[in-house]
Design a protein around this ligand. Structure first.
Ligand code: SF4
Length: 480
């Protein structure tokens, strides 16, 4: 959610996707609700988006779908939504980490097969998608995309032929999948939600009157005026029908201690007004700031956050330390994806287009600047420099995450190790590179506490992967 993630400084991570599904039992059209739901999830993916809807009372194979490259408000016109009739549907926003950024790879995927039509939207990356894809290709499957979501869709469609219902087919497919996936699936008469057994990515259930909703984040429920019902549990499959919500937990881990929620959802990806598995994202960020204040105190006059996701942690730091919280940056919210990125030499001016320092707030002060992460370090160095130019006497950088050291194979676009500033460097060396007076990171031991004590994935910081990582880098492997 950090507004600097337009990659001006090449220094922000991206989440892969957001998913949304709805089934209106009263038969109302759902396309425009999906559109607003996707709007609330736009921070999870800005490259492409799409909607597919169907009528549970209509012919089994009839689906209207529309997708394209760009933000929701760039892709959809009023007439697209008006022409999509149906009371069940799924939607998706995407940023590509596996499979290239093309319209063919946009989701939802719509698949016609012997039992009717499936619409599928997926958030996460599979670690065994290349093998599964190869196996399918050897048995004659022809793929239209290069995304692993199509591998999932194929497996569900195949399994459906030998299973009594679509949720059993999803369970059968899940036995073959390894990696991160939160799925919303529309079958002719059912809306299905599923989460991988580790629960890497969020997925929640909501309700508005007689309509049930599945969404990546709870903020999307509020946007459409729905009530939060509960989270889909790691490994759980839910089937929403006229009879209500049926749950299948056969794929849940026998011991929930092995679950591995992506801790970066709390630190950065999710919107602060969302809750992930019962833990408020805003509260988690406040807590991270408090921990920083406890573990690495420093004397200063002002605590500021790098907007947006650094702000809550900065407030937490201020509350714990008693040092006043303030605003040091004014951002320009109108720098969109199509911003013409300058060459390396003028990156500083590019950051200035996005972010300005409030001179009168920082001049002559010892400033603590809180950011959610340092990836390559380029943006951090520029912002520290901007604070000094504006007259800050000292700049102390605190990061509300541990140092990034390892790649993610579960759907987060962490660059190769040699591009990570923390790789092979001490904290002191990084401090020197970004030009700060002091630098400290959130301690590893604090992460689980920050996430409300839930079992989490910390692999990009610790190198301890909850699932055996692939031997080679699988990201983009189909293209290769
Ligand atoms: S490796 Fe990092 S970014 Fe990837 S799922 Fe684990 S915590 Fe999240």
């Amino acid at each position: 959610m950090n507004e600097l993630d337009f990659d001006i400084g090449g220094d922000k991570l991206r989440e892969e996707c957001g998913v949304f599904g709805i089934y209106d039992l009263d038969g109302g059209d759902v396309a425009s609700t999906i559109y607003y739901g996707l709007f609330a999830l736009q921070h999870r993916g800005q490259e492409s988006c799409g909607i597919a809807v169907s009528d549970t009372e209509g012919p089994k194979g009839k689906v209207s779908a529309y997708k394209g490259m760009g933000l929701c408000n760039e892709v959809f016109e009023t007439e697209h939504l008006e022409q999509m009739h149906g009371n069940i549907g799924v939607g998706h926003v995407r940023y590509s980490t596996a499979g290239s950024s093309t319209r063919e790879n946009a989701q939802p995927l719509v698949l016609n097969y012997v039992k009717g039509t499936l619409g599928l939207a997926h958030n996460g990356n599979l670690v065994n998608a290349p093998q599964l894809r190869k196996e399918l290709e050897y048995t004659g499957a022809i793929f239209q995309t290069t995304i692993d979501s199509e591998v999932i869709a194929y497996h569900i469609a195949r399994a459906r032929i030998g299973t009594p219902n679509v949720e059993s087919a999803v369970a059968a497919a899940m036995k073959k999948l390894s990696g991160a996936y939160s799925l919303v699936i529309m079958s002719p008469r059912k809306l299905i939600g599923a989460r991988d057994p580790y629960g890497f990515k969020p997925l929640c259930i909501g309700r508005r009157d007689n309509a049930y909703i599945l969404a990546s984040e709870t903020c999307a429920l509020e946007t459409i005026g729905a009530e939060f019902v509960r989270d889909v549990e790691p490994g759980e499959i839910v089937a929403i029908t006229r009879e209500g919500i049926a749950s299948n937990r056969e794929m849940c881990l026998p011991d929930p201690a092995g679950e591995a929620r992506c801790v970066f959802e709390y630190i950065y990806f999710s919107r602060p007004d969302s809750a992930f598995d019962g833990v408020g994202v805003y509260r988690a960020r406040l807590q991270a700031g408090r921990f920083l204040a406890m573990d690495s105190p420093v004397e200063a006059d002002l605590v500021v956050g790098v907007p947006e996701s650094g702000n809550a942690a900065a407030l937490g730091y201020a509350m714990e330390s008693g040092i006043p919280y303030g605003t040091a940056f004014v951002k320009n919210s109108y720098v969109g994806r199509t911003f013409i990125k300058p060459k390396q030499s003028s990156r500083e001016s590019a950051v200035r287009v996005k972010l300005n320092v409030l001179k009168e707030a920082v001049a002559g002060k010892r400033v603590i600047m809180i950011d959610d992460s340092i990836v390559r370090g380029t943006t951090s160095a520029l912002i520290v420099n901007m604070l000094r130019d504006a007259g800050a006497r000292e700049v102390h950088v605190k990061v509300s995450a541990p140092p990034f050291l390892h790649p993610c194979y579960f759907g987060t676009d962490i660059p190769d190790e040699d591009q990570l500033i923390a790789h092979g460097r001490s904290v002191e060396e990084i401090r020197q590179l970004i030009g700060a007076d002091s630098l400290s990171y959130l301690r590893m031991e604090r992460l689980k506490e920050m996430a409300g004590g839930k079992p989490i994935c910390t692999a990009c910081f610790s190198g301890i992967y909850p699932i055996e990582p692939p031997q080679e880098d699988i990201r983009g492997s189909y293209e290769r």
